[in-house]
Design a protein around this ligand. Structure first.
Ligand SMILES: [Zn+2]
Ligand SMILES: [Zn+2]
Length: 140
């Protein structure tokens, strides 16, 4: 994704801040965030008290389709939801152990199994089925 530090949008410059958002500089009147501006131009004014939320993890995203306008309560719920999802992914990753591919010898992380990829599995299964057919045991 874009790691650009400055984005020029609708005649205004937005600078990447420490938190990963693009924001107009402090000298700009009605200093805003790029995602707020993008949303405004696409859908109209942000209703008072509403928050523009990024539906995707990348905060630098400036696509109107990836933004949504929420009340603080809805916004909070979205973040709780995202946090839960991230935790589930982390838990799945924790269950992975170092394995070695039976075909290519590559070390990889996985939950179980013999192959690093479907490709390696496919190659091995091809030779195994061939060996069965011909009665030879060699696999190159
Ligand atoms: Zn949010
Ligand atoms: Zn492999």
């Amino acid at each position: 994704m874009s790691a650009q530090s400055i984005i020029l949008f609708a005649g205004r410059r937005y600078y990447l801040d420490k938190e990963g958002y693009y924001r107009a500089n402090s000298r700009t009147p009605d200093r805003d965030y790029l995602h707020q501006r993008v949303w405004k131009l696409a859908y109209g004014d942000i209703p008072p008290g509403h928050v523009i939320h990024h539906k995707v993890a990348d905060l630098g995203t400036v696509d109107a389709a990836d933004l949504e306008c929420l009340t603080p309560r809805e916004h909070n719920a979205r973040h709780v939801e995202q946090l839960r999802k991230n935790m589930r992914v982390a838990q799945l990753n924790q269950r992975k152990v170092p394995l070695t591919c039976k075909r290519c010898g590559t070390a990889y992380l996985g939950q179980r199994g013999w192959y690093c990829s479907g490709k390696c599995k496919g190659i091995d299964h091809y030779y195994i089925s061939q060996a069965r057919r011909t009665g030879t045991r060699s696999t190159p």
